[in-house]
Design a protein around this ligand. Structure first.
Ligand code: GLA
Length: 376
Protein backbone atom coordinates (compact mmCIF):
# COMPACT_ATOMS: atom_id res chain seq x y z
CA UNK A 1 0.00 0.00 0.00
CA UNK A 2 2.73 2.43 0.96
CA UNK A 3 4.39 1.51 -2.32
CA UNK A 4 1.29 2.28 -4.39
CA UNK A 5 0.80 5.62 -2.67
CA UNK A 6 4.42 6.60 -3.18
CA UNK A 7 4.43 5.58 -6.85
CA UNK A 8 1.12 7.38 -7.43
CA UNK A 9 2.14 10.54 -5.59
CA UNK A 10 5.39 10.90 -7.53
CA UNK A 11 3.65 10.19 -10.83
CA UNK A 12 1.11 12.96 -10.32
CA UNK A 13 3.75 15.35 -8.98
CA UNK A 14 6.14 14.93 -11.91
CA UNK A 15 3.87 14.18 -14.87
CA UNK A 16 0.83 16.27 -13.76
CA UNK A 17 -1.71 13.66 -14.82
CA UNK A 18 -3.28 10.49 -13.44
CA UNK A 19 -1.70 7.08 -14.17
CA UNK A 20 -3.71 4.52 -16.16
CA UNK A 21 -2.02 1.23 -15.26
CA UNK A 22 -0.24 -0.44 -12.38
CA UNK A 23 1.99 -3.48 -12.03
CA UNK A 24 3.62 -5.21 -9.10
CA UNK A 25 6.37 -7.84 -8.81
CA UNK A 26 7.75 -9.35 -5.59
CA UNK A 27 11.30 -10.08 -4.49
CA UNK A 28 12.34 -13.61 -3.61
CA UNK A 29 14.26 -15.59 -1.07
CA UNK A 30 15.86 -18.92 -1.97
CA UNK A 31 15.65 -21.78 0.56
CA UNK A 32 18.31 -23.97 -1.11
CA UNK A 33 19.90 -24.54 -4.53
CA UNK A 34 22.41 -21.71 -4.82
CA UNK A 35 24.53 -21.03 -7.90
CA UNK A 36 23.03 -23.96 -9.77
CA UNK A 37 20.49 -22.10 -11.95
CA UNK A 38 23.03 -21.53 -14.71
CA UNK A 39 23.86 -25.25 -14.73
CA UNK A 40 20.35 -26.60 -15.27
CA UNK A 41 19.97 -27.50 -11.58
CA UNK A 42 16.91 -27.24 -9.33
CA UNK A 43 16.35 -24.24 -7.05
CA UNK A 44 13.86 -23.72 -4.21
CA UNK A 45 12.78 -20.07 -3.99
CA UNK A 46 9.60 -18.37 -2.80
CA UNK A 47 8.24 -14.98 -3.75
CA UNK A 48 8.01 -12.76 -0.66
CA UNK A 49 5.55 -10.07 0.44
CA UNK A 50 7.87 -7.18 -0.46
CA UNK A 51 8.36 -5.91 -3.97
CA UNK A 52 8.27 -3.26 -6.66
CA UNK A 53 5.21 -1.32 -7.82
CA UNK A 54 5.07 0.66 -11.06
CA UNK A 55 2.28 3.03 -12.06
CA UNK A 56 2.21 4.18 -15.66
CA UNK A 57 0.52 6.24 -18.34
CA UNK A 58 1.07 6.68 -22.08
CA UNK A 59 3.71 9.12 -23.22
CA UNK A 60 3.90 11.11 -26.41
CA UNK A 61 7.56 12.05 -26.00
CA UNK A 62 9.68 9.02 -25.09
CA UNK A 63 9.68 6.91 -21.92
CA UNK A 64 10.47 8.57 -18.59
CA UNK A 65 11.00 6.84 -15.25
CA UNK A 66 10.82 8.51 -11.84
CA UNK A 67 10.92 7.30 -8.26
CA UNK A 68 10.24 9.23 -5.06
CA UNK A 69 13.51 10.18 -3.34
CA UNK A 70 15.66 9.33 -6.39
CA UNK A 71 16.99 11.32 -9.34
CA UNK A 72 14.96 10.96 -12.52
CA UNK A 73 16.03 7.93 -14.55
CA UNK A 74 17.64 8.54 -17.95
CA UNK A 75 14.86 8.81 -20.58
CA UNK A 76 14.64 6.41 -23.55
CA UNK A 77 12.52 5.61 -26.61
CA UNK A 78 11.25 2.03 -26.78
CA UNK A 79 11.68 1.89 -30.56
CA UNK A 80 15.36 2.84 -30.32
CA UNK A 81 16.61 0.65 -27.47
CA UNK A 82 19.93 -1.00 -28.14
CA UNK A 83 21.55 -3.49 -25.75
CA UNK A 84 24.97 -2.36 -26.98
CA UNK A 85 24.25 1.16 -25.70
CA UNK A 86 22.12 0.72 -22.57
CA UNK A 87 20.81 3.75 -20.70
CA UNK A 88 23.10 4.43 -17.79
CA UNK A 89 20.98 5.28 -14.73
CA UNK A 90 18.71 3.03 -12.63
CA UNK A 91 16.14 3.24 -15.45
CA UNK A 92 18.28 0.64 -17.29
CA UNK A 93 16.23 -2.05 -15.50
CA UNK A 94 13.00 -0.56 -16.86
CA UNK A 95 14.48 0.07 -20.33
CA UNK A 96 16.04 -3.41 -20.39
CA UNK A 97 12.67 -5.02 -19.66
CA UNK A 98 10.97 -2.90 -22.36
CA UNK A 99 13.71 -3.97 -24.80
CA UNK A 100 13.42 -7.65 -23.85
CA UNK A 101 9.61 -7.91 -24.16
CA UNK A 102 9.57 -5.89 -27.40
CA UNK A 103 7.61 -2.90 -26.07
CA UNK A 104 5.77 -0.84 -28.68
CA UNK A 105 4.61 2.29 -26.90
CA UNK A 106 6.48 4.75 -24.73
CA UNK A 107 5.30 5.13 -21.14
CA UNK A 108 5.64 7.49 -18.22
CA UNK A 109 6.44 5.32 -15.21
CA UNK A 110 6.80 5.89 -11.50
CA UNK A 111 8.53 3.15 -9.53
CA UNK A 112 8.28 2.46 -5.78
CA UNK A 113 9.83 -0.39 -3.83
CA UNK A 114 9.90 -1.70 -0.29
CA UNK A 115 12.58 -4.24 -1.17
CA UNK A 116 15.93 -3.26 0.24
CA UNK A 117 18.57 -3.20 -2.53
CA UNK A 118 21.82 -5.14 -2.29
CA UNK A 119 20.48 -7.60 0.28
CA UNK A 120 20.08 -10.60 -2.01
CA UNK A 121 16.28 -10.33 -2.24
CA UNK A 122 16.31 -9.70 -6.02
CA UNK A 123 15.24 -6.09 -6.28
CA UNK A 124 16.57 -5.90 -9.85
CA UNK A 125 14.60 -8.97 -10.97
CA UNK A 126 11.47 -7.49 -9.35
CA UNK A 127 11.79 -4.22 -11.28
CA UNK A 128 12.43 -6.09 -14.56
CA UNK A 129 9.43 -8.36 -14.05
CA UNK A 130 7.16 -5.48 -12.96
CA UNK A 131 8.18 -3.49 -16.07
CA UNK A 132 7.91 -6.52 -18.36
CA UNK A 133 4.42 -7.43 -17.19
CA UNK A 134 3.36 -3.78 -17.48
CA UNK A 135 4.36 -3.45 -21.15
CA UNK A 136 2.94 -6.91 -21.82
CA UNK A 137 -0.47 -5.61 -20.71
CA UNK A 138 -0.28 -2.12 -22.23
CA UNK A 139 0.94 -3.33 -25.64
CA UNK A 140 -1.04 -6.57 -25.55
CA UNK A 141 2.06 -8.63 -26.28
CA UNK A 142 0.45 -11.95 -25.29
CA UNK A 143 3.30 -13.14 -23.03
CA UNK A 144 2.69 -15.63 -20.22
CA UNK A 145 4.40 -15.27 -16.81
CA UNK A 146 7.24 -17.59 -17.78
CA UNK A 147 7.88 -15.55 -20.96
CA UNK A 148 8.03 -12.42 -18.82
CA UNK A 149 10.52 -14.16 -16.49
CA UNK A 150 12.67 -15.18 -19.45
CA UNK A 151 12.53 -11.63 -20.82
CA UNK A 152 13.60 -10.35 -17.39
CA UNK A 153 16.62 -12.62 -17.46
CA UNK A 154 17.47 -11.48 -21.01
CA UNK A 155 17.23 -7.88 -19.82
CA UNK A 156 19.62 -8.59 -16.96
CA UNK A 157 22.07 -10.65 -19.07
CA UNK A 158 22.14 -8.66 -22.28
CA UNK A 159 20.97 -5.16 -21.43
CA UNK A 160 22.14 -4.65 -17.83
CA UNK A 161 25.12 -6.96 -18.35
CA UNK A 162 24.92 -9.30 -15.34
CA UNK A 163 25.17 -13.02 -16.26
CA UNK A 164 22.52 -14.24 -13.78
CA UNK A 165 20.43 -17.41 -14.11
CA UNK A 166 16.63 -17.66 -14.38
CA UNK A 167 15.73 -18.24 -10.71
CA UNK A 168 14.96 -14.72 -9.48
CA UNK A 169 12.76 -13.62 -12.37
CA UNK A 170 10.81 -16.90 -12.32
CA UNK A 171 10.17 -16.72 -8.59
CA UNK A 172 9.01 -13.13 -8.97
CA UNK A 173 6.74 -13.85 -11.94
CA UNK A 174 5.33 -17.19 -10.77
CA UNK A 175 5.31 -17.26 -6.94
CA UNK A 176 2.32 -18.71 -5.12
CA UNK A 177 1.04 -17.59 -1.69
CA UNK A 178 1.91 -20.03 1.10
CA UNK A 179 4.25 -22.01 -1.17
CA UNK A 180 7.86 -22.29 -2.18
CA UNK A 181 8.63 -23.70 -5.62
CA UNK A 182 11.01 -26.33 -6.87
CA UNK A 183 12.06 -24.86 -10.20
CA UNK A 184 13.98 -27.20 -12.46
CA UNK A 185 16.08 -24.68 -14.36
CA UNK A 186 16.89 -27.30 -17.00
CA UNK A 187 13.26 -27.82 -18.05
CA UNK A 188 11.63 -24.80 -16.34
CA UNK A 189 9.11 -27.18 -14.74
CA UNK A 190 7.75 -25.92 -11.44
CA UNK A 191 6.47 -27.94 -8.48
CA UNK A 192 4.81 -25.82 -5.80
CA UNK A 193 5.48 -27.02 -2.25
CA UNK A 194 3.38 -25.73 0.65
CA UNK A 195 5.39 -24.33 3.55
CA UNK A 196 4.58 -25.94 6.91
CA UNK A 197 2.05 -23.78 8.84
CA UNK A 198 4.15 -23.76 11.98
CA UNK A 199 7.32 -22.48 10.27
CA UNK A 200 8.31 -18.84 9.68
CA UNK A 201 10.68 -17.75 6.92
CA UNK A 202 13.08 -15.26 8.51
CA UNK A 203 15.39 -13.07 6.43
CA UNK A 204 18.50 -12.06 8.39
CA UNK A 205 20.29 -9.19 6.66
CA UNK A 206 24.00 -8.81 7.41
CA UNK A 207 24.11 -5.10 6.58
CA UNK A 208 26.82 -5.84 4.00
CA UNK A 209 25.56 -4.73 0.60
CA UNK A 210 26.39 -6.76 -2.44
CA UNK A 211 26.22 -6.07 -6.17
CA UNK A 212 26.28 -9.04 -8.51
CA UNK A 213 27.81 -7.15 -11.41
CA UNK A 214 31.06 -6.33 -9.66
CA UNK A 215 31.17 -9.24 -7.27
CA UNK A 216 32.82 -12.55 -8.04
CA UNK A 217 29.55 -13.76 -9.58
CA UNK A 218 30.72 -13.55 -13.22
CA UNK A 219 34.01 -15.13 -12.19
CA UNK A 220 32.28 -18.08 -10.47
CA UNK A 221 30.05 -18.58 -13.45
CA UNK A 222 33.01 -18.64 -15.83
CA UNK A 223 34.94 -21.11 -13.64
CA UNK A 224 32.05 -23.55 -13.31
CA UNK A 225 31.38 -23.34 -17.06
CA UNK A 226 35.03 -24.07 -17.72
CA UNK A 227 34.76 -27.11 -15.40
CA UNK A 228 31.75 -28.30 -17.43
CA UNK A 229 33.71 -27.80 -20.66
CA UNK A 230 36.63 -29.85 -19.36
CA UNK A 231 34.23 -32.63 -18.35
CA UNK A 232 32.61 -32.61 -21.78
CA UNK A 233 29.11 -31.64 -20.55
CA UNK A 234 27.20 -28.50 -21.45
CA UNK A 235 26.04 -27.93 -17.85
CA UNK A 236 27.23 -29.43 -14.56
CA UNK A 237 23.82 -30.97 -13.90
CA UNK A 238 25.02 -33.72 -16.24
CA UNK A 239 28.24 -34.44 -14.32
CA UNK A 240 28.67 -36.87 -11.41
CA UNK A 241 30.73 -36.32 -8.29
CA UNK A 242 33.19 -38.96 -9.56
CA UNK A 243 33.66 -36.93 -12.78
CA UNK A 244 34.24 -33.79 -10.74
CA UNK A 245 36.88 -35.35 -8.52
CA UNK A 246 38.88 -36.16 -11.66
CA UNK A 247 39.28 -32.46 -12.58
CA UNK A 248 42.94 -31.54 -12.31
CA UNK A 249 42.62 -27.87 -11.45
CA UNK A 250 41.86 -27.66 -7.69
CA UNK A 251 39.82 -24.45 -8.04
CA UNK A 252 37.65 -25.78 -10.85
CA UNK A 253 37.22 -29.01 -8.86
CA UNK A 254 35.93 -27.08 -5.84
CA UNK A 255 33.56 -24.95 -7.93
CA UNK A 256 32.14 -27.98 -9.72
CA UNK A 257 31.89 -29.96 -6.49
CA UNK A 258 29.67 -27.29 -5.02
CA UNK A 259 27.33 -27.31 -8.00
CA UNK A 260 27.00 -31.10 -8.17
CA UNK A 261 26.53 -31.63 -4.43
CA UNK A 262 24.12 -28.66 -4.15
CA UNK A 263 21.90 -30.12 -6.87
CA UNK A 264 21.62 -33.38 -4.90
CA UNK A 265 20.82 -31.43 -1.73
CA UNK A 266 17.85 -29.67 -3.33
CA UNK A 267 16.07 -32.90 -4.18
CA UNK A 268 16.76 -34.25 -0.67
CA UNK A 269 15.52 -30.99 0.83
CA UNK A 270 12.24 -31.24 -1.11
CA UNK A 271 11.62 -34.65 0.46
CA UNK A 272 12.72 -33.52 3.91
CA UNK A 273 10.38 -30.50 3.82
CA UNK A 274 7.46 -32.65 2.76
CA UNK A 275 8.18 -35.08 5.60
CA UNK A 276 8.81 -32.16 8.01
CA UNK A 277 12.08 -33.88 8.82
CA UNK A 278 13.67 -31.14 10.88
CA UNK A 279 17.00 -32.85 11.36
CA UNK A 280 17.49 -33.41 7.64
CA UNK A 281 16.40 -29.85 6.80
CA UNK A 282 18.93 -28.48 9.29
CA UNK A 283 21.84 -30.50 7.99
CA UNK A 284 21.04 -29.88 4.30
CA UNK A 285 20.84 -26.12 4.77
CA UNK A 286 24.00 -26.16 6.84
CA UNK A 287 25.84 -28.28 4.26
CA UNK A 288 24.71 -25.86 1.55
CA UNK A 289 26.15 -22.91 3.45
CA UNK A 290 29.45 -24.69 4.12
CA UNK A 291 29.77 -25.68 0.47
CA UNK A 292 29.13 -22.08 -0.62
CA UNK A 293 31.71 -20.95 1.94
CA UNK A 294 34.44 -23.49 1.27
CA UNK A 295 34.00 -24.77 -2.29
CA UNK A 296 32.26 -21.96 -4.17
CA UNK A 297 33.76 -19.25 -1.93
CA UNK A 298 30.91 -16.77 -2.25
CA UNK A 299 30.26 -16.27 1.48
CA UNK A 300 31.90 -13.60 3.66
CA UNK A 301 32.69 -13.39 7.41
CA UNK A 302 29.41 -11.56 8.11
CA UNK A 303 27.29 -14.20 6.34
CA UNK A 304 29.18 -16.94 8.18
CA UNK A 305 28.63 -15.23 11.54
CA UNK A 306 24.93 -14.78 10.76
CA UNK A 307 24.50 -18.42 9.68
CA UNK A 308 26.26 -19.64 12.82
CA UNK A 309 24.05 -17.43 14.98
CA UNK A 310 20.98 -18.91 13.26
CA UNK A 311 22.19 -22.47 13.85
CA UNK A 312 22.67 -21.79 17.56
CA UNK A 313 19.00 -21.09 18.32
CA UNK A 314 16.86 -24.00 19.49
CA UNK A 315 13.88 -22.95 17.34
CA UNK A 316 15.84 -23.15 14.05
CA UNK A 317 14.78 -25.72 11.48
CA UNK A 318 17.67 -24.58 9.28
CA UNK A 319 19.60 -21.56 8.04
CA UNK A 320 22.07 -20.55 5.35
CA UNK A 321 23.20 -17.67 3.16
CA UNK A 322 20.71 -16.97 0.37
CA UNK A 323 21.17 -15.47 -3.10
CA UNK A 324 24.41 -14.67 -4.91
CA UNK A 325 26.51 -14.03 -1.78
CA UNK A 326 29.42 -11.64 -1.10
CA UNK A 327 27.16 -9.91 1.44
CA UNK A 328 23.37 -9.80 1.54
CA UNK A 329 21.30 -12.03 3.80
CA UNK A 330 20.78 -15.44 5.37
CA UNK A 331 17.46 -17.22 5.34
CA UNK A 332 16.27 -19.26 8.31
CA UNK A 333 13.28 -21.53 8.80
CA UNK A 334 12.13 -21.07 12.38
CA UNK A 335 9.35 -22.36 14.65
CA UNK A 336 6.70 -19.71 14.14
CA UNK A 337 5.80 -19.08 17.76
CA UNK A 338 9.45 -18.59 18.68
CA UNK A 339 10.36 -16.35 15.74
CA UNK A 340 10.47 -13.14 17.80
CA UNK A 341 12.79 -14.67 20.35
CA UNK A 342 14.90 -16.10 17.50
CA UNK A 343 15.29 -12.69 15.87
CA UNK A 344 16.31 -10.89 19.05
CA UNK A 345 18.78 -13.59 20.12
CA UNK A 346 20.38 -13.87 16.68
CA UNK A 347 20.61 -10.09 16.50
CA UNK A 348 22.49 -10.02 19.81
CA UNK A 349 24.89 -12.79 18.85
CA UNK A 350 25.56 -11.17 15.48
CA UNK A 351 26.20 -7.78 17.10
CA UNK A 352 28.79 -9.22 19.46
CA UNK A 353 30.54 -11.20 16.71
CA UNK A 354 30.52 -8.58 13.94
CA UNK A 355 31.63 -5.06 14.69
CA UNK A 356 30.60 -2.27 12.37
CA UNK A 357 27.63 -3.99 10.65
CA UNK A 358 24.12 -4.07 12.00
CA UNK A 359 21.89 -7.03 11.30
CA UNK A 360 18.22 -6.53 10.52
CA UNK A 361 15.56 -9.17 10.60
CA UNK A 362 12.12 -9.78 9.18
CA UNK A 363 9.59 -12.56 8.89
CA UNK A 364 8.43 -12.96 5.28
CA UNK A 365 5.23 -14.44 3.93
CA UNK A 366 5.34 -16.58 0.80
CA UNK A 367 3.38 -14.46 -1.67
CA UNK A 368 1.83 -14.58 -5.14
CA UNK A 369 3.88 -13.59 -8.17
CA UNK A 370 3.66 -10.50 -10.37
CA UNK A 371 0.44 -8.94 -11.64
CA UNK A 372 -0.65 -5.92 -13.67
CA UNK A 373 -3.99 -4.22 -13.94
CA UNK A 374 -5.76 -1.13 -15.23
CA UNK A 375 -6.54 1.69 -12.81
CA UNK A 376 -10.07 3.13 -12.58
C1 GLA B 1 21.65 -14.35 -8.04
C2 GLA B 1 21.29 -14.62 -9.50
C3 GLA B 1 20.54 -15.95 -9.62
C4 GLA B 1 21.30 -17.08 -8.94
C5 GLA B 1 21.73 -16.67 -7.53
C6 GLA B 1 22.60 -17.70 -6.88
O1 GLA B 1 20.51 -14.14 -7.28
O2 GLA B 1 20.49 -13.58 -10.01
O3 GLA B 1 20.29 -16.24 -10.98
O4 GLA B 1 22.38 -17.50 -9.71
O5 GLA B 1 22.41 -15.42 -7.52
O6 GLA B 1 21.90 -18.86 -6.67
Amino acid sequence: MVRIESAHREFVKVFREKPAWISYAPGRVNLIGEHVDYHGGPVFPLAIDLGVTIVAGLSTGGSHAVSEGYRKGAPFRVGMLDAKRPVTSWSKYVAGAAWAVGAKRDLLVSVASDLPTGTGLSSSAAIEVAAGILWNMVDDLGLGPLDVARAGQRAENQYVGVPCGIMDQTASAMGRAGHAMVLDTGTLDILYKPLPDDVAVVVCETGVRHSLGDSGYPDRRRASEEAARQLGVSVLKDATIEDVERLEDPILRKRARHVVTEIARVWEFAEALEAKDRKAIFSLMQASHLSLRDDYEVSCPELDAMAEACWSHEATWGGRMTGGGFGGACVALVEKDKATDFMSQVEQIYATRVKGSTGSFMCCQAADGAKAWQLE
